[in-house]
Write a protein that binds this ligand. Structure first.
Ligand code: SF4
Length: 681
């Protein structure tokens, strides 16, 4: 144990908590929000229509996350959309004296950024009440010491200043979650655990059929941290414990805040445990200065954002951790060129192995589930604690099986599968939140590993804990081809990595691939899917953005190229009114594009190729929209309000994105055919 930790004496909170303060209702009506910020307390329930689906992008828009310390308290809810309005202004929540924040379903959906609950906490919010709360956001709250509940009767108790028993917030929670809540945060709990004053109960689950993910958990289950004992025989949904990680990674949005927590709590000179299995990435903000408005630059936000890069570099060097950084900048003006790789793209390309347990600071960490890993996103506090303990707390989630049978039409892709899944009522109504999604069936088996990664990646949009596909010969081929591994050494890794026939799934969703057609999700939510042929009037497109972790893999490049080859043969180019960008996920993908001649092809048809980075996907690079009228078609994974700028962002497959770039309106690709262009103007 680090010496500083021995001198700490973590204490539990008192049995009753006083949360007295004002209650802020995040309503659909902007005027009601403004009135509360101006000092009015609204009666409840009184027909208040609460906002559902408040994403972390709305709680702390990406540009707010350039701050990584208590300054965040100035900014919670700055991106909250009420109708077409953004009623919350800088400093207004903090000045309002609110202790409790209330909203509807799926609170905290979207990215895993801990800046959101940290901003709320720093603004004075100590309790979040919502109809349902997304897993990562909820865990981040607990880890920081912010209380959460789905019990709306607490509202009056908070308002009346009543002392509320702490047990109200721990009822139904497992031992560890209860411990974290009682100790007021994960770090305090972990110190108690390392000191032996908090013990993790042993798992009592006996022999039973298990899912693939459960089998991976048992291999990584920490029995005794101090004696380095790992592995149990069986687990079931609901079992709580800690699991040993094989890989821990974070990017520049998270590493600096985690580094600050580390330095504050563990010590500036303390060393991360097993730094070889830790990776840092500079990927999210590499192109930020090319996309940031002059107004924001004048507000000093670029300087704040560059602090993230500097802090991560300094910490990586001090800790001896491998950093996938920026490419060298160009010229005297130091124009940014991009990154070496997007984090989970690189993890799948080079590090993950079947059966691994991986945590990352990004909600799309499940990407690596494509080769049979349990990979999931965690927040800043969990990352910083894992540097100390090498493990992460877990409550084994229930599983959901999504079985896709039949044969998909040629132009239907994994992205179309996902848009269909996301509009399924079970998912739309939030029932998949926090679950493990196992994708199976002949149509999934037929997909390449890259395409499977689109599905596991978008488990984040499902709201799931993670997504996973059982590894098979395609995975062996992938590892042999991409990493030069010997297939005979890879095959043994697959042993036991399958779900037992009698394994327990909370729900099974069956989808018939033959019945699917290319899809598009209307702006606002990836769950707004419909078949393109149901779209009605033509939707004219201004920007086509093809890229990101989800759609910047080799197979995605193959799809863009297939459409553009058709276009080039027909003497066509990207539509005059459309700006088209293609951004790959790693230097490895770029090399592939060079070898295949895609870079020439993209240039010939007028699509601009960009070096790897998250870029426009996170409103930080070429391809973002600058006004509400701009219509974008994109193969990225999410289109929450404000995600890639103020415009209207439609989600679709790589084929559809490329075909729409050529046509100038949203249209599907029909092999060998290129639709007539919409009239320019
Ligand atoms: S490309 Fe987009 S979804 Fe992927 S890691 Fe970057 S910001 Fe997240």
């Amino acid at each position: 144990m680090h010496s500083r930790l021995e001198s700490l004496s973590p204490k539990k909170r008192p049995d009753h908590v006083n949360l007295s303060g004002r209650v802020l209702f995040l309503t659909k009506d902007a005027e009601l929000v403004r009135r509360q910020l101006a000092g009015e307390d609204l009666p409840f329930p009184d027909d208040l229509e609460l906002r559902d689906d408040i994403s972390t992008d709305e709680i702390t828009p990406a540009y707010i996350c350039y701050y990584y310390d208590a300054r965040l308290g100035e900014f919670p809810y700055l991106g909250l959309k009420c109708g077409d309005e953004l009623p919350v202004t800088r400093g207004s929540v903090k000045a309002g004296g609110f202790a409790c924040s209330v909203s509807g379903k799926r609170r905290g959906k979207g990215s895993s950024r801990e800046q959101s609950p940290y901003a709320e906490m720093c603004a004075g919010i100590r309790l979040v009440i919502a109809e349902s709360i997304e897993r990562i956001y909820c865990e981040n709250c607990q880890n920081l010491g912010v209380l959460t509940s789905t019990d709306f009767s607490l509202i009056e108790r908070v308002r009346s200043g009543e002392e509320i028993p702490l047990s109200v917030f721990t009822e139904g929670a497992g031992d560890i979650t209860r411990g974290v809540i009682e100790y007021g945060g994960l770090f305090q709990y972990n110190v108690a655990r390392l000191q032996g004053s908090a013990t993790v109960p042993a798992v009592a689950t006996g022999p039973r059929p298990m899912t693939l993910a459960e089998k991976i958990f048992v291999r990584h289950w920490v029995v005794d941290l101090s004696r380095d004992q790992v592995g149990v025989s069986h687990v079931r949904a609901g079992d709580e414990g800690f699991v040993r990680t094989d890989i821990r990674f974070s990017h520049e949005y998270v590493t600096p805040m985690a580094a600050i927590f580390w330095e504050q709590h563990v010590g500036a000179d303390a060393k991360i445990v097993d730094p070889e299995s830790v990776l840092f990435f500079r990927d999210h903000l590499t192109f930020l200065e090319l996309a940031m408005t002059d107004e924001r630059k004048a507000d000093g936000l670029l300087d704040v954002a560059l602090e993230l890069k500097a802090k991560q570099e300094e910490f990586a060097e001090k800790q001896g951790v491998k950093l996938y950084g920026e490419l060298p900048r160009i010229g005297r003006n130091e124009v940014p060129r991009g990154s070496e790789a997007i984090c989970h793209s690189k993890i799948l390309e080079q590090y993950a192995l079947p059966g691994h347990l991986i945590i990352g600071s990004d909600s799309h960490t499940p990407h690596a589930g494509a080769i049979g890993c349990v990979a999931f996103g965690v927040g800043t506090t969990a990352i910083f604690n894992s540097w100390l303990t090498k493990d992460v707390r877990i409550r084994v989630p229930p599983s959901l099986l999504i079985r896709i049978s039949g044969k998909r039409p040629q132009q239907v892709t994994a992205k179309d599968f996902m848009l269909q899944i996301l509009r399924h009522p079970y998912v739309r109504n939030g029932h998949a939140i926090g679950k493990i999604v196992e994708y199976a069936g002949e149509a999934v088996k037929e997909l390449s590993v890259d395409e499977r990664a689109t599905m596991t990646n978008m488990a984040a949009e499902v709201g799931a804990f993670t997504g996973i596909v059982a590894p098979d010969e395609k995975v062996v081929d992938f590892l042999a081809r991409e990493r030069g591994l010997d297939p005979d050494e890879v095959r043994p890794l697959l042993a036991g990595l399958y779900s037992d026939e009698e394994a327990d799934y909370e729900e099974v969703i069956d989808i018939d691939a033959d019945s699917l057609r290319p899809m598009v999700a209307l702006p606002g939510d990836p769950g707004n899917g419909m078949f393109i042929h149901e779209l009605g009037d033509r939707v004219k497109v201004d920007v086509a953005y093809a890229g990101s972790c989800t759609a910047g893999k080799k197979s995605d490049m193959d799809m863009y190229a297939l459409v553009f080859q058709d276009a080039a043969r027909a003497g066509r180019r990207v539509h005059l009114d459309v700006e088209c960008f293609i951004q790959c996920g790693s230097q490895e993908v770029k090399r592939y594009c060079e070898e295949k001649g895609y870079l020439d092809l993209f240039a010939r048809v007028g699509a601009q190729f960009i070096e790897p980075s998250c870029g426009a996907c996170i409103n930080a690079g070429p391809g973002v929209s600058y006004d509400t009228e701009t219509v974008t078609i994109s193969a990225i994974n999410r289109n929450f309000p404000g995600r890639s700028g103020p415009g209207q962002l439609y989600l679709a497959s790589p084929y559809t994105t490329a075909a729409s770039a050529i046509a100038g309106y949203i249209t599907q690709w029909t092999p060998g055919q290129i639709p007539d262009p919409i009239e320019a103007g």
